[in-house]
Design a protein around this ligand. Structure first.
Ligand SMILES: *Cc1c(COP(=O)(O)O)cnc(C)c1O
Length: 451
């Protein structure tokens, strides 16, 4: 599909961002020139996937399209049971809503924001234990998405160990910068959890990108195909939850994958209440069919090499302009270190949110804040939480933009980097109790208002 892109003037963009309350989610997509808000469901489908859309079987129960999905899931993931759902957070709702009750702990290399929300609304504590290299944005470690095995061991064998209900391994680690997890780290963490009788839940939104990094960077895997690596990855999980809007290469959909027939049956009963009959789970047959095709296509190594290479190229160009990014580049996004670039703005004034707005005004580019705005408040103390690094994420939709278009993003950032002090901090004027970053409103703090 070819789509025309509207260009706006700087003057227009200044008015549009003010009208949106300095929240990029409140802009109209047509007012955005290069939309890097998310790589979720925003990619283009292939001709084979469009052919799948045409042959989608819309039967309420037991459709042919569901049969094709089952085959893809067994071939690509090796999981026996599959429940389609309408997107990733629906998978989280079905599984965590059943597994968790008040007082438990879920431990992870990095909870994605919706995962954290689904854990916390049950009264469960969500603990992130990212590896040490993860907190240094400049270290060029190959697997900065890893979990800290030492701290995981201490938690599991310590006084709180009895309260741990699940280990969640997010592949790649989105909140931690789209950084991959090594097979060795995943295997070790999984072994530790299983020894304590704790289920290992894989959040596999970007399983193909993670597998590509394992092939590229981890000793012993270079000669294996990405398909083989993906299968080996899945063997370390008891359950897998997927937002198919990422490496499913579709615009909508999610998966709950299990090995245990009884667990599958219980989750299927919940699906009937919340999503739909277990063979369609809130999706049209055509969407399920396109997903069955997308799961196979995403293992194409030529595609993966292009995709990961495109993101790395944009990151290099941004770095060359003197704008610090999280190194090395993640699989699906470049994370700009907004806290360093705008070091005059304290975390309480949302530097990454401010940079996101400035980038929109500068180049019509839309990114998303992954910093103090997204972190929200501590559910117990009500205090604002601040991450180690204030990031602006520029997520690249799959099979959508050209290298040249992404270079214009780097050039807009270069423009801001010439005079970063011109960007002012933000004051939050409205926030919702959960997932506040989607709807929060701000106003810019002029220099005069600072104290
Ligand atoms: C996108 C995503 C989710 C949530 O999926 P949705 O389809 O947006 O509901 C969960 N985990 C990770 C790692 C994700 O990237």
């Amino acid at each position: 599909m070819v789509e025309s892109i509207r260009r706006t003037t700087r003057r227009e963009r200044e008015q549009l961002i003010a009208a949106a309350g300095w929240n990029l989610f409140d802009l109209k997509a047509e007012d955005v020139t290069i939309d890097l808000l998310t790589d979720s469901g925003t990619g283009a489908m292939s001709q084979e996937q469009w052919a799948s859309m045409m042959r989608g079987d819309e039967s309420y129960a037991g459709s042919r399209s569901f049969g094709r999905l089952q085959e893809s899931v067994r071939d690509v993931f090796g999981f026996e049971h599959v429940l389609p759902v309408h997107q990733g957070r629906a998978a989280e709702h079905l599984y965590f809503g059943m597994l968790l009750e008040e007082g438990g702990i879920v431990v992870s290399n990095g909870h994605f924001d919706t995962t954290r929300a689904h854990v916390e609304i049950t009264g469960t504590e969500a603990i992130d234990l990212p590896c040490r290299e993860n907190s240094d944005p400049r270290t060029l470690a190959p697997f900065k998405g890893n979990i800290d095995l030492e701290r995981l061991g201490l938690l599991l064998s310590g006084p709180d160990g009895m309260r741990v209900r699940a280990l969640v391994m997010t592949l790649t680690n989105n909140t931690g910068g789209g950084q991959p997890v090594s097979m060795a780290n995943l295997a070790a963490a999984s072994r530790m959890a299983r020894e304590h009788g704790i289920p290992v839940v894989l959040d596999i939104a970007r399983f193909a990108e993670n597998s590509w990094f394992v092939k590229e960077r981890e000793q012993g895997w270079a000669t294996k195909s990405v398909a083989e690596i993906a299968l080996a990855t899945m063997a370390h999980g008891d359950v897998a939850l997927m937002s198919a809007k990422k490496d499913g290469l579709v615009n909508i959909g999610g998966l709950v994958l299990t090995r245990d027939a009884l667990l599958h049956e219980r989750l299927g009963q919940r699906s009937i209440v919340f999503e739909g009959f277990p063979t369609y789970g809130g999706l049209a047959g055509r969407d399920i069919d396109a997903l069955a095709t997308g799961l196979r296509e995403v293992l194409d190594e030529q595609y993966l090499s292009y995709r990961v290479g495109q993101v790395a190229h944009m990151a290099d160009r941004i770095e060359a302009a003197g704008v610090p990014t999280l190194r090395p580049a993640g699989g699906h996004a470049v994370y700009v270190d907004a806290g360093s670039l705008l070091s005059h703005i304290p975390p309480s004034q949302f530097p990454a949110q401010a940079l996101g707005c400035a980038l929109y005004v500068e180049g019509g580019v839309r990114g998303v804040e992954i910093g103090s705005n997204m972190m929200g408040r501590d559910p117990i103390t009500g205090e604002n939480r601040h991450p180690d690094i204030e990031l602006l994420r520029l997520a690249v939709p799959r099979r959508t933009y050209t290298h040249t278009q992404l270079e214009t993003v780097a050039d807009a950032l270069a423009g801001i980097a010439l005079r970063p002090e011109k960007v002012s901090g933000l004051d939050m004027t409205y926030e919702a109790p959960v997932l506040r970053h989607f709807t929060a409103k701000f106003r810019p703090l002029t220099t005069a208002r600072k104290h």
